[in-house]
Design a protein around this ligand. Sequence first.
Ligand code: UTP
Length: 294
Amino acid sequence: MKIIRKAVIPVAGLGTRFLPATKAIPKEMLTIVDRPTIQYIVEEAVASGIEQIILVTSAGKSAIENHFDYDFQLDTILKERNKVLLREELRHISNLIDVTSVRQKEPLGLGHAILMARNVVGDEPFFVLLGDDLVLSKIACCKQMINLYEQVGSSIVAVRRVPEQETHQYGIVEGEESEFERAHRITRMIEKPAPGTSNSDMAIIGRYLLMPEIFDLLEKTTPGHGGEIQLTDALQAMSKRQGMFAYEFEGSRYDAGDKLGYLKAVVDFALMHQQLGPAFREYLESVCKQLPEE
Ligand code: UTP
C-alpha cells in the first residue's frame, strides 16, 4: 500500500459568500484568532504526516503563497530588533512543509481545480483539503482517515450528519454499514440533491483521500451542478469502479468560507486557545449574562 505524502489544497474559488471582505483578501487568509484559516489546514496536513502541499491558486491569491514563504527582509528587521519569539514563529511557518503551487486559470469548479494538480501529484494516492473547511479534533482529521485507509486501501471521503433541510447544500453520500468503525461503503453520491431525491443525511466535508485514478475520471467529467466540473460526479464514477468509503470523522467542522461558520470557528478556536482561552471564556460568560432580549 502506497503511503500518502501529498495534499492538494484548492484555493482558486471566488469566495463570493464572504464579499466584500474577500474582494482583495483571499478567504483562506481571513484570521481565526491569531493565524489565517489556511495555516490551520496546512498544520492538519503536517500533523497527519503529509510531506508536500500543492496549492491550486488563481490571480489575487499570492498572499497565501507569501504566508508560507521565507521573508528575508522581515527576518533581518526582527533580528535587528531582537524579536526572538516572533522570528521563531515566522521561521516555523516557512519551515512547516514544502509548498508548491499550480494555477487554475478559470474557476471552472472544484473538480477542475484538482485536475490542475495532476502533474505534481503523479501516480500516487493523495489528500484534498478544502482551503476554507476547518476541523477541530483531538486527532487530525486526515490522520483519522489514514488510519482507515491502512485497513481498507481505497479512497475515503470524510462525512458528517446534517439536518434533512440542509442536505441540498452538500455533496451527499448514500452507503451501507461496514465492518470498519465509523465507515460506510458508498453506494451513491449526489452533488446538492434536490429535496426528496436522497434519504441520506451524510454530507461530504472538505477532506478527501483519493486514488490517482480520479484524474482520468475528472478528465471525462462534464460540467454538472451550477455548470461547474464537480468533484462529486467523478467520485461517484470512481465509487462504482473501485469502491469507496465514507468516514464519520471525530471532531467539529466549520465552513470558514461562510460568514456564520466563520464566526463559530473564531469563538470555538478562541475558547481552545492556550493563552487567550481562559480570558475569552470569562468575557463570553459576562456577555451572555448581559445579552439583551431580541
Ligand atoms: P466553494 O464552494 O467554497 O466556492 O469551493 P468559492 O468560489 O471558493 O466560494 P463561494 O461559494 O463563491 O463563496 C470549495 C473549495 O474549492 C475551491 C475553493 O477555493 C474552495 O476551497 N475552488 C472552487 C477552486 O479552487 N476552484 C473552483 O473553480 C471552485
